[in-house]
Structures are given as structure tokens and as C-alpha cells.
Write a protein that binds this ligand. Structure first.
Ligand SMILES: Nc1ncnc2c1ncn2[C@@H]1O[C@H](COP(=O)(O)OP(=O)(O)O)[C@@H](O)[C@H]1O
Ligand SMILES: Cc1ncc(COP(=O)(O)OP(=O)(O)O)c(N)n1
Length: 281
């Protein structure tokens, strides 16, 4: 009997479909896993920005988590926009209750247009309650800076920030390079609690179709973990997936358009040219 791995995303809804729950479910589907979802907030959002945020009540989050936990066999899960300390506490409590492993924490804080998707006072709750449960945390550069107070200017400060995040209890951290200053490359830096580090480097694609890159990347990692890949392999596939999604733009909307979630499946595993991923140990 065919057994499709079951996954969960705990995140906000993006009415524009490029980030949040919508990006996660599309990515899960593309990578061949079954996706369930717990919605933490509804955002009114399109490619030009976020115009309103409606957080769910803690009870609404709790009921969704229970419904999923009582019926599905979650092989891997991710968190995205969690918005406030109450939702974070409830999420952490339930993850422990159901014994869910393979947790990918994408510490979503600020959308591209500047909207705050995490309250300032929730950063502490994220650090104290959620990060210690994570198999991997996937901050972008500004999020890593907010979590640590360290300004990331070069490889040394990036490693320093990664170490600081590991000290909060996560087993691994990937500081993503989309906000980096290298005009030619985007580098994602993995540091594991074992001390092992890997750099995943791709060509930087010149495009404004970048809405939801972080959500899509973390969802791809989650899908691959659910299929039984180790973290290092899951990150490699996720980097390939996002590179394909960026290099074949859909050109939708007037602002930062969504990435193309179908590109990886449609174009296959192109490992040359713009889709080449280099790995440095
Ligand atoms: N212009 C780009 N070209 C190539 N890869 C990119 C580009 N922008 C982002 N990425 C990749 O997308 C993923 C998400 O990174 P990032 O944009 O830093 O996250 P976020 O969306 O959370 O801000 C990473 O794998 C990063 O390397
Ligand atoms: C509902 C929702 N969740 C997360 C985000 C942020 O997504 P991200 O992948 O970091 O992409 P950008 O906002 O930076 O494009 C969001 N916008 N909405």
C-alpha cells in the first residue's frame, strides 16, 4: 500500500497566495507529501504588501492543532508566522504533547513590505519556548540579527550569530542569504550543534518575484525531512527547489510577485547554469 508522508504547517494565511500557508501547501504538493495546516492569522495581502492582520484566538489555534494531532501521523512540520506569545506558547505545548519531531522553525518577523508578522514581545517567547524544540531554525539575515543582537557583516559574524542561535537549544540553524550583499550569489549557511557547517551557494537571480521565498524554502525542507532525507540532503533539495522557483518567474501582480512552485517539477533536476547549487564543507 502506498504511504504518503504526512506534514503540517502552522502559519498565517496570505490572501495573495505567494507566502504563508498557501506557499507551504503548494510546496508540499509539488514535493509529493500530504499537507495539513493550522492557521494562526489571516492576512489581507497581495504582491504590493500587507493591508491587515487578523490573528486567530488561542482557542482556534489549539482546536486546529488538536484536530490534526488526533488524526494524522505527522512526519515533519514547520512553523511560519506565529504573531503573538500566546500562539507561540500553545504551538510549543502541542508539539510536545504529540511528540512531533522534525520541526522546522522559520522565525517569520517582517514581510518584504515592512509589515510586522511577529509582535516585538513575541521574540522572547519564540526563543524560550519554540527554538529548543527545533531540528532546524531558518532565519533570514535580519531575523538572525534580531534573534541575537549581532550585526551580520561577513562570514565571521554570520558564524557567531549562528552559534548564538544554537545556544538557544536548536539542533541546527540555517542563516539564509537572500538579504546578503553579494551581488552574484545567494548563500545559505548551515551550522549544526555537532559543529559541522555547510554553505549552499547558488547564483543570485535578479528578479522582484521573490515573495514567499523563505516560506517556500522551509516548506521544502519539511517535505524532504518527512520523506526520510537527512537535514543536509533536505537543505540541498530545498535550495534547488527555490532556485528553480526563482529562475522561472510567473510575473504575477504589480509588486513582489510569487515564486513559481511548479518550476522544479516541470523543469526537472537541472543542475547546470543558473540552477547549479555549489556545496562547501
Ligand atoms: N535573488 C535570489 N537569488 C537566488 N536565491 C535567492 C534569492 N533571494 C532569496 N534566495 C534564496 O531563497 C531562500 C530564502 O531566503 P531569504 O530571501 O533570505 O528568506 P526570506 O524570504 O525569509 O527573507 C534562500 O534559499 C535564499 O538563498
Ligand atoms: C502569512 C505570511 N507569512 C509569512 C510571510 C513572509 O514570508 P517570506 O517567505 O519571508 O516572504 P516575504 O514576505 O519576505 O516575501 C508573509 N508575507 N505572509
Amino acid at each position: 500500500m502506498k504511504k504518503t508522508p504526512e506534514t503540517l504547517t502552522i502559519a498565517g494565511s496570505d490572501s495573495g497566495g505567494g507566502a504563508g500557508i498557501q506557499a507551504d501547501l503548494k510546496t508540499f504538493q509539488e514535493l509529493g507529501v500530504y499537507g495539513t495546516s493550522v492557521i494562526t492569522a489571516v492576512t489581507a495581502q497581495n504582491t504590493t504588501g500587507v493591508s491587515a492582520i487578523y490573528p486567530m484566538t488561542i482557542q482556534a489555534v489549539q482546536k486546529q492543532l488538536e484536530a490534526v494531532g488526533n488524526d494524522f501521523n505527522i512526519a515533519a512540520l514547520k512553523t511560519g508566522m506565529l504573531f503573538n506569545p500566546g500562539i507561540i506558547n500553545e504551538t510549543a505545548r502541542t508539539i510536545k504533547q504529540f511528540g512531533w519531531e522534525n520541526l522546522v522553525v522559520d522565525p517569520v518577523m517582517i514581510a518584504k513590505g515592512g509589515a510586522h508578522l511577529l509582535q516585538q514581545e513575541a521574540i522572547e517567547a519564540l526563543k524560550v519556548y519554540l527554538l529548543p524544540l527545533a531540528l532546524v531554525v531558518t532565519p533570514n539575515i535580519p531575523e538572525a540579527e534580531m534573534l541575537t543582537g549581532i550585526t551580520i557583516l561577513d562570514d565571521v559574524s554570520r558564524r557567531h550569530a549562528a552559534k548564538e542561535i544554537l545556544s538557544l537549544g536548536a539542533k541546527a540553524v540555517v542563516i539564509k542569504g537572500g538579504h546578503g550583499t553579494d551581488p552574484n550569489h545567494s548563500e545559505d549557511y548551515l551550522l549544526q550543534s555537532t559543529g559541522e557547517s555547510i554553505v549552499y551557494r547558488s547564483a543570485r537571480i535578479s528578479t522582484n518575484q521573490t515573495h514567499g521565498t523563505g516560506c517556500t524554502f522551509a516548506a521544502a525542507v519539511t517535505a524532504e525531512l518527512a520523506k526520510g532525507k537527512c537535514l543536509q540532503e533536505a537543505l540541498f533539495v530545498a535550495k534547488q527547489f527555490i532556485q528553480a522557483a526563482l529562475s522561472d518567474p510567473l510575473n504575477i501582480g504589480a509588486g513582489h510577485g510569487p515564486t513559481n512552485h511548479a518550476a522544479y517539477r516541470e523543469r526537472g533536476l537541472e543542475e547546470q547554469g543558473v540552477n547549479k547549487i555549489e556545496v562547501f564543507y
